[in-house]
Structure formats: C-alpha cells, structure tokens
Design a protein around this ligand. Structure first.
Ligand SMILES: [Zn+2]
Length: 164
C-alpha cells in the first residue's frame, strides 16, 4: 500500500491497524485519536500476520524479523518513544488526528455510543453525575465515558508531543 493509498483510505475511515504487542502505548494513543487498532499479547509473529490478514489491517511493528515471514502491508515503527511512533504513523498514513478524538473505547476498541444522562445515574460516581452532562458508553465492555480531567490530560499530552 502506497502512502497515497493509505492516506485516501484514512480519509474514508477505512484504515485499520494491528499493533504488535510491543506497541501498547502507541495502540492506546491511536484509539484516543479514534483510530481502529487491535492490540494484545497474542499479536506477535504469525499471530499478528494472521490477525492483520483476516481483517485487512495495516500492521504496526517494531519486529525486524517480521518481514521474513511474508507479512501483508506493514509499517516498521522506528522509535521506542510513543510520541515519535504516533507522529510516524500519522505522517506515513496521512491521518487527520483531530477528527475522531475520544470516539473509541480505549479498552476494547469499539466505537462509543452517546448515552442520555438519565440512563447512567447508577453507572457513574455521584460527583460525576452531578457535574457532567454528556456521556458515552461502550456496548462491548459497558464502560461509561465522560469528558473530564482525563480528557484534558490526554489533550495536553497530545499537544506536548505535537500531534494536535
Ligand atoms: Zn469497551
């Protein structure tokens, strides 16, 4: 896949990633930005290749030996630091990092759904219920999300590494 092809796939929301198990922080930050990334301890070597092939995902890896295993398209991630890693993936895929911010579950990668305030009263701490008006949740793991201080911290971190 060429950079132009990746870039137009990203623009259509079709680009999906499979991150190898060494890239947990990168996977999490791509999810913060709203991108579809699978990640887990089984995603290494042929397991990673199989998973990527099954769902036409672009592999993100730090494993230099992967290319000897005839993988589908992949990006070799150069740096050990998540900020550099994130910038590399954004650059090479032509991603627009602001568009899907906080739209995906950080735990299980599902797209979050909006949820009415009244329906989350029993699911969140009372001070959160009292102070927040907008909630979303993950159908898969049932986690409820709301914009609060952790969003601010994540935004600050993304600005610090010059992604936003
Ligand atoms: Zn979830």
């Amino acid at each position: 896949m060429s950079k132009t092809e990746r870039s137009s796939a990203a623009a259509r929301g079709e680009i999906k990633f499979a991150a190898d198990r060494m890239l947990g922080r990168l996977a999490k930050w791509l999810r913060v930005l709203g991108f579809d990334v699978i990640y887990g301890q089984h995603l290494t070597g042929y397991g990673l290749i199989r998973a990527a092939r099954a769902e036409a995902r672009l592999i993100l890896t730090r494993d230099r030996s992967l290319k000897q295993k005839q993988p589908p398209p992949f990006i070799f991630v150069d740096s050990d630091h998540y900020g550099d890693q994130l910038r590399q993936v954004i650059r090479e895929c032509g991603l627009k990092p602001g568009e899907g911010l906080f739209s995906r579950c950080l735990e299980c990668n599902a797209v979050l759904q909006p949820r009415n305030k009244e329906t989350v009263q029993k699911l969140v701490p009372p001070y959160v219920y009292a102070s927040q008006d907008s909630f979303s949740w993950c159908r898969v793991c049932q986690r409820v999300y709301w914009p609060a201080t952790h969003h601010e911290k994540m935004l600050a971190a993304l600005r610090k590494i010059a992604v936003l």
